[in-house]
Structure formats: structure tokens, C-alpha cells
Design a protein around this ligand. Structure first.
Ligand SMILES: Nc1ncnc2c1ncn2[C@@H]1O[C@H](COP(=O)(O)OP(=O)(O)OP(=O)(O)O)[C@@H](O)[C@H]1O
Ligand SMILES: [Mg+2]
Length: 245
């Protein structure tokens, strides 16, 4: 049986320098995978390739056995740079995909509901320039979660948030996994976030970067207390990120 998402032999180059080499992984429908790697190793480059913004030098991406190339409706991307449109209100920004994909009134209502969950109640008429960095990030995340595409590409979605808000957003995503019913590729520098939210962790490293290790997280019950007991795994992951092991 085909994997839901199949990334095959992806490589990428900028200005003559190989950044990514021979990136291979698959995801089943509904799985969340984390991509961890040091700054500058090529995580956002990989997300840009999956999103179809950047062509790969080599390799292919398949969704349900069909090759996808360029911008396509299977992926919903939250880039590292939030890309909110400064001339649109918060509500219009978070409903951007509904404007593109149709279903406008229903999604605006859903967006209004979720603005509350995301701590953005009362901000619907504000413009991005009036929000804090964390609020912008939550608005961008809300926009991504409202997009009907079935694979979420999340590039450090919670990096700009204070620790309490980050925990709240992580809990929201974890609790909503069933309801959202999406597959996700989550780039993060937060090892706890990767362990808490994802079914597998890919460690990228080297120049050009390759997938150095794939770590399955199979524990069925994963709550904050469980996370406190993951010291051994965290040590292993941090060692790999440092290039040991
Ligand atoms: N548009 C570009 N032109 C040339 N080089 C680029 C471009 N974008 C990224 N790079 C280079 O490619 C490498 C990988 O960048 P990328 O943004 O993918 O890293 P990253 O793993 O996402 O880092 P971070 O964790 O800091 O976000 C870096 O060395 C970067 O300088
Ligand atoms: Mg990046």
C-alpha cells in the first residue's frame, strides 16, 4: 500500500552549494512527524520544497501515490515568517484560504469561534501591525489550521510564544488532532514539542543535510508528566543534534 506522503530522494542546492541530500521519508495519513536540526541545516528549505515554493534539485514528492509538483492544494503551509498581509484585518487574514477555496461564510464563523481558543478574541478587526509577535504567530497558525488541505507544514509554529502560551497552543493542537484529522510535518527546535506532539522525529544534520536518524515515539499516553520522564530520550536527541552518536 502507498504511504500517504512519500518523500523520495530529495536534494536541494542554493548558489551551487548542496543543502539537502537524499531526503527520504514516508508518512501515513494522520501521522505527525517532527523535523529537528540545527539552525541553517535546511529544515525550512525542505518545507519550501514540500509546499511547492522551491523546486527540488532532485527527487519527488508523492501524495496518495500521485506525484505533486509546484504549488498544490494538498499542503497547507505555515512558513517561519508568518506572511500575514498587513493590509488585511486579522479575520480576513485567517480566512484567506476560505476566500481562495470557497466556503466563505461557514469558515468566517468557524474562524470567529477559534479566535477565542487562540487568545485572539476582540482582534478580528485589528491589523497585523497592531499585534505582538506571538499574536501574529497564533493568527498565522489559525489560518493554517483553517485551510482544508490535508497535510500541514508547520515551520516553528510556536517559536515566538511565551512558555505558557506555547504550552496552551501545543495542548490545543494535541487535543484537536482527532478533530482536525490532518497529517503534519512540524519543524521545531523544541525537543519537548517534538516528543509531545509527534509520532516520529527526524533528525537532520550535516552539510549537505541528510536524515541522520528516525526516532519513533510510540507511547500511547503522552501528557506533560510523561514528558518530564523523557530525559534519556532527550539526551539522545540532543546528542544527535550535536553530531554525536
Ligand atoms: N534564498 C536563499 N538563497 C541562498 N541560500 C539560502 C537561501 N535560503 C536559505 N539559504 C541557505 O540554506 C541553508 C538552509 O537554510 P534553511 O532556512 O533551510 O535553514 P533552517 O534549518 O530552516 O534554519 P533555522 O532553524 O535557522 O530556521 C542556510 O545555510 C541558508 O543560509
Ligand atoms: Mg527555518
Amino acid at each position: 500500500m502507498n504511504a500517504f506522503l512519500d518523500v523520495k530522494n530529495i536534494s536541494a542546492r542554493y548558489a551551487g552549494e548542496r543543502i539537502l541530500e537524499d531526503i527520504n521519508f514516508t508518512l501515513n495519513r494522520g501521522e505527525f512527524v517532527a523535523v529537528l536540526g540545527s539552525s541553517g541545516c535546511g529544515k525550512s528549505t525542505l518545507q519550501n520544497i514540500l509546499a511547492g515554493i522551491l523546486p527540488a534539485e532532485e527527487g519527488q514528492v508523492f501524495v496518495e501515490g500521485t506525484e505533486v509538483r509546484g504549488l498544490n492544494p494538498r499542503f497547507s503551509y505555515m512558513p517561519q515568517d508568518d506572511l500575514l498581509m498587513p493590509w488585511r484585518t486579522v479575520l480576513d487574514n485567517v480566512c484567506l484560504y476560505s476566500a481562495i477555496h470557497g466556503g466563505r461564510p461557514a469558515m468566517r464563523e468557524q474562524a470567529r469561534q477559534r479566535l477565542r481558543d487562540f487568545g485572539l478574541a476582540g482582534c478580528e478587526r485589528a491589523y497585523p501591525g497592531e499585534l505582538s509577535g506571538g499574536m501574529r504567530q497564533r493568527a498565522a497558525f489559525l489560518r493554517t489550521s483553517l485551510c482544508p488541505a490535508d497535510i500541514l507544514l508547520l515551520d516553528e509554529p510556536f517559536a515566538a510564544l511565551d512558555v505558557i502560551t506555547r504550552w496552551d497552543m501545543q495542548d490545543w493542537l494535541k487535543n484537536m488532532r482527532q478533530t482536525l484529522s490532518r497529517t503534519a510535518v512540524l519543524v521545531t527546535h523544541d525537543v519537548d514539542e517534538a516528543l509531545y506532539l509527534c509520532d516520529r522525529i527526524l533528525i537532520l544534520s550535516g552539510r549537505p543535510a541528510r536524515i541522520r536518524r528516525e526516532i519513533p515515539i510510540e507511547d500511547t499516553v503522552r501528557d506533560r508528566d510523561w514528558l518530564l520522564g523523557q530525559g534519556e530520550r532527550k539526551r539522545e536527541i540532543i546528542g544527535l543534534l550535536r553530531g554525536n552518536g
